[in-house]
Design a protein around this ligand. Sequence first.
Ligand SMILES: Cc1cc2nc3c(=O)[nH]c(=O)nc-3n(C[C@H](O)[C@H](O)[C@H](O)COP(=O)(O)OP(=O)(O)OC[C@H]3O[C@@H](n4cnc5c(N)ncnc54)[C@H](O)[C@@H]3O)c2cc1C
Length: 385
Amino acid sequence: MLIANKKVAIIGGGPGGLTLAKLLVMNGVDAIVYERDTDRNARVQGSPLDMHDESGLAALRKAGLLEEFKHNYMVGADRMQIMNENAEIFYSNHEHKALENFGAADFRPEIDRGVLRKILLNSLPESRVMWDHHFISMQQEGEGWCVQFKNGKTAYADLVIVADGANSKIRTYVTDYKAFYSGITMLEGSIHNAKNTAPTISKLLKGGKIMAFGNNKNILMGQKANDEIGFYASMRVDENWSTENKLNYNDNAQLLEWFRLTYPEWSTIWHELIANTQSFVPRPIYCIPFDQEWETKNNLTLIGDAAHVMPPFAGEGVNMAMLDALELSQNLISDTCSNSKEAIEHYEIKMRKRASEVAQESLENGNKMHSINALETMLTFFKNH
Ligand SMILES: Cc1cc2nc3c(=O)[nH]c(=O)nc-3n(C[C@H](O)[C@H](O)[C@H](O)COP(=O)(O)OP(=O)(O)OC[C@H]3O[C@@H](n4cnc5c(N)ncnc54)[C@H](O)[C@@H]3O)c2cc1C
């Protein structure tokens, strides 16, 4: 094995970093994840993720975690309805979509982010994840790196794999590319105990997903675990909208007023969503340039959003992160390459090409979903698939 007796530091314990750790550790690699969260329960995890057979599920299969996934995915949460601003249903696959069809390319089971993280964490020995290790810098030391953390600790690694997500601070050690703003910002909200607090919306959702389109705006919504509903009010606004709009994201009465003014054509049915959300998180959506190149380093590379942040409109981000983990781990543990630089280079060339194609598709989907013809375009898309 190329990296036998080497120390591997994975910075970031998101789905990308943890999948990579699992795939390396199960093959006898001395890999450790350094994560800034103080512990495994430190942060509420966001909306559910749909897993794709050829990428996210392929990585879980290789990691021996597919059965665990099958016990934990949200059965039926991938069923979809498309509506207009008045909540009139134009498309629904609730009646004919199979609840379980693993192995089929169009079966994209949904899993709660927190649950996916737990599955990955539980599959690793505790000593393989160092919590409260917020990366601040690293210096070359011999053939490897000396990594410094906010808590004052340091760690030596022969190989550093950067998996610190969309706002990566470590990416600059590899490349100076900058992601560009997609033109779209998503205002994220979440409703707890939805059957009681938002009964109309809960009934409308039927445990699945809703995409509602009207006048260049949309609402995207999905069932989460424990009777939670996650949703996004998604719209075209300036890049600095979320910091300059003077909204207090913890004041839902103010947000409801904002919604009435910003979504004036939309039915009052949707107000139940806004009125029952305690706090909102604005998420300006960024995308990588499609022509990224960089010179491969001997002992350092990027995976996941750190390498290729993209809009979420094809549901590919987490799947690409987990496929990165799968492909990189296979290159590093096999003997097909003659050294780790070659293994990293083969991975990076393939990853950049695939991520660029998927990022373009995601951006195009975002543009379609926020156009004046969004409803018709998305209906045609779903009916053809
Ligand atoms: C609004 C929105 C909706 C989305 N919906 C979907 C979807 O439906 N389907 C889909 O596939 N994708 C979706 N995505 C994208 C998806 O969330 C990401 O692609 C995925 O989480 C990337 O995984 P990752 O492991 O690369 O990074 P992350 O999940 O961001 O994990 C990075 C980890 O690194 C840690 N970290 C960060 N900085 C440091 C540091 N300095 N030191 C140590 N640790 C650090 C973080 O705490 C975190 O745990 C969505 C994204 C957004 C913004």
